[in-house]
Design a protein around this ligand. Structure first.
Ligand SMILES: Cc1cc2nc3c(=O)[nH]c(=O)nc-3n(C[C@H](O)[C@H](O)[C@H](O)COP(=O)(O)OP(=O)(O)OC[C@H]3O[C@@H](n4cnc5c(N)ncnc54)[C@H](O)[C@@H]3O)c2cc1C
Length: 332
């Protein structure tokens, strides 16, 4: 019987566990998920919560209720990987051996990369919708906003759901129009890229939509500092933008448990083959979702496609066959 350990019970971890469990019998594999959270939180709807289009309680489920039947859940945190002995250690002092380890720990929000952000978050016009509490506070602030400079600040890639800041800017513009304060509000979206989106045909179409809706896109803007006193956000390139309300998306990185290990790049994202989803360093370690350094957008939709490939190939491998599925970079 193969022992499969999955670190992370978010979208990627749950989807790959479900697919593996549906394919492999209880005699073929024991599947274990480890996650320090006792709740599963559905992040894509944070944007909807910020505009009152969904309720926070709809996004949260007890972790135990989303673990697929036949999969063991351990409420603990991955603290160390020992690839040489194919084992992991947890914060709670457990040691688990594996035949296959699947890393699915997501992307971590780094609140320190933009100077002045952490200390001012939730205060005086500075918000984020990249956490559940943040999206609730953003909703209140948007409702109370009476006009002025509304700025959505994006970090450089990679960060999860690159579509979400665009959604925030477009939905805010629509909200302010319906509220009747659009004529006294400027909406700005910053991006480190040279245009609002990186790939055609979307780049041209989105540029047109933003222009038609009079949403300013500040390109080539890598945010470095938030000055709450003067209400400005400035970039490493030396540009400074005034805000009355700033909605800030923090930089993303991998979990610190991977720091200085052979599995990770300098940002702690897992280095793995973008088609086979297998670690560059260890053949029996896989990566799925936002924790991996795949050159695609970090989305739940991408993790879903990766889950199909990973589960198909791993199940075949366990049965002594060659899995031929390949991840194509599909995202939505
Ligand atoms: C505002 C917002 C809007 C979004 N909108 C969309 C959208 O419209 N469409 C879309 O497809 N995607 C969207 N996404 C992205 C989507 O939510 C993620 O891409 C998806 O959740 C990735 O799944 P994951 O399993 O890799 O990571 P996550 O779902 O983040 O799960 C990671 C899990 O790992 C656990 N973990 C962390 N560290 C450890 C550790 N040391 N040991 C064990 N477990 C650990 C965490 O507790 C968590 O449960 C959005 C995200 C945000 C924030």
């Amino acid at each position: 019987m193969s022992r499969i350990v999955i670190a992370g019970g978010g979208s990627g971890g749950i989807m790959v566990a479900a697919r593996l469990r549906n394919t492999l019998s209880m005699d073929e594999a024991k599947i274990t998920i480890i996650d320090p959270s006792d709740k599963h939180i559905y992040q894509p709807a944070f944007t909807l919560v910020a505009f009152g289009l969904d309720e926070p309680e709809n996004l949260v489920r007890p972790m135990a209720s989303v673990i697929p039947p036949g999969v063991t859940f351990i409420n603990d945190e991955l603290a160390a990987i020992n690839p040489d002995s194919s084992s992991i250690e947890t914060k709670g002092g457990r040691k688990l051996e594996y035949d296959y380890l699947i890393l699915a720990t997501g992307a971590k929000l780094n609140w320190d990369e933009i100077e002045g952000l952490k200390d001012n978050l939730g205060k005086d016009g500075v918000h984020t919708f990249y956490t559940l509490e943040g999206s609730v506070a953003t909703k209140k602030a948007i409702e109370e906003f009476e006009g002025g400079e509304f700025v959505v600040v994006q970090p450089p890639m990679p960060f999860k759901c690159p579509g979400a800041p665009m959604k925030m800017a477009l939905m805010a513009e629509d909200y302010f129009t319906r509220k009747g304060i659009r004529n006294k509000t400027n909406v700005t979206l910053t991006t480190a890229l040279p245009s609002v989106f990186s790939r055609e045909p979307y780049a041209t179409k989105l540029t047109e939509i933003f222009k038609n809706r009079n949403i300013h896109v500040e390109t080539g803007f890598n945010p470095g500092k938030l000055d709450a006193e003067n209400k400005t956000v400035s970039s490493w390139e030396g540009k400074s933008l005034k805000y009355d309300m700033a909605v800030v998306i923090p930089h993303n990185e991998g979990e610190s448990v991977y720091e200085d290990t052979p599995v990770a790049d300098p940002s702690n994202f897992i280095k793995a083959d973008k088609h086979k989803l297998i670690s560059d360093a260890f053949d029996n370690i896989y990566a799925i979702g936002d924790c991996a350094n795949y050159p695609t957008s970090k989305t739940g939709a991408g993790a879903r496609k990766q889950a199909e490939v990973l589960a198909h190939n791993l199940a075949a491998r366990i049965r002594g066959q060659e899995g031929k599925a390949s991840y194509t970079g599909h995202v939505i």
